[in-house]
Write a protein that binds this ligand. Structure first.
Ligand SMILES: CC(C)(COP(=O)(O)OP(=O)(O)OC[C@H]1O[C@@H](n2cnc3c(N)ncnc32)[C@H](O)[C@@H]1OP(=O)(O)O)[C@@H](O)C(=O)NCCC(=O)NCCS
Length: 177
C-alpha cells in the first residue's frame, strides 16, 4: 500500500495527500466560476460542508486503491489539486484544477506530469484517460504536453452547468515515451 505521507516533488511544487484543514482553501479556489465550470462533477456553488465530506473520503479511497488525490503546494500554500481516480482494469482517469491566480505558469503541466509518473511507475498502471470540456483548450494543451492523444468527443453531464456539454477524450499508454 502507498503510504499517505508520500510526497511527489516537481521543480517548483510539492504534492501531498489532502488533510481536513485543506477544505476551506479548496472552497476558496472553487468559489471561482472560471475554475468550477470546467469540473464535471463539482457542485456549484461549493460549500465547506460538501468540500469537507469530499476530503474526508480521500483516505478511504486511497487505502482501497481507488483514487489518489494530491494537494499541490507552492511554498506551503495549496494552489491546486492533481489526482487519479476510477482506478481499475490497469487504468485510471487523470484530473486537476488550479487557483486562477496561478494559471499560465506551467504548474498544471508540472503537477499532472508528476501524477502521471506516479501512476505508471509507482502504481504500475498501463494506461490513463482524461477528458476536458471542449471549451477548455488550456486543459487540452496540458494533456497533450504530457503525451496524451485525442481519441474522440462525447457529450457528458456537467454538474456545475446542470446539462450535457461536449467533452474531448484523451488517452495515454504507459509505453508513451
Ligand atoms: C486547465 C488548468 C488546470 C491549466 O492550469 P495552468 O497551470 O494554467 O496550466 P499550464 O500553465 O501548465 O498550461 C496551460 C497551457 O494552456 C495554454 N492556454 C491557456 N489558455 C488557453 C486558451 N484559452 N486557449 C489555448 N491554450 C491556452 C497555455 O498557453 C499553456 O500552454 P503552453 O504551455 O503550451 O503555453 C487551469 O486553467 C484550471 O485549473 N482550470 C479550471 C479547472 C480545469 O479546467 N481543470 C481541468 C478539467 S479537465
Amino acid at each position: 500500500m502507498i503510504d499517505r505521507s508520500i510526497r511527489l516533488t516537481t521543480a517548483r511544487l510539492s504534492l501531498r495527500a489532502f488533510e481536513s484543514d485543506d477544505a476551506s482553501r479548496l472552497v476558496e479556489i472553487q468559489s471561482n466560476w472560471n475554475v468550477t465550470r470546467m469540473l464535471r462533477l463539482a457542485p456549484w456553488p461549493p460549500t465547506l460542508e460538501a468540500m469537507a465530506e469530499w476530503v474526508d473520503v480521500h483516505g478511504q479511497e486511497w487505502r482501497a486503491g481507488e483514487a489518489y488525490r494530491f494537494a499541490c503546494t507552492l511554498e506551503g500554500q495549496v494552489i491546486g489539486c492533481a489526482d487519479i481516480d476510477a482506478i481499475g482494469s490497469g487504468g485510471a482517469e487523470l484530473g486537476y484544477f488550479f487557483d486562477e491566480a496561478h494559471w499560465g505558469k506551467g504548474y498544471a503541466r508540472e503537477a499532472a506530469g508528476a501524477v502521471r509518473d506516479f501512476a505508471f511507475q509507482t502504481l504500475g498502471l498501463d494506461h490513463l484517460v482524461a477528458g476536458h470540456a471542449a471549451e477548455n483548450p488550456a486543459s487540452g494543451k496540458v494533456l497533450e504536453a504530457l503525451g496524451f492523444r485525442y481519441i474522440g468527443e462525447v457529450e457528458k453531464f456537467s454538474k456545475p452547468h446542470g446539462r450535457d456539454v461536449p467533452y474531448r477524450l484523451l488517452r495515454l499508454e504507459r509505453a508513451w515515451r
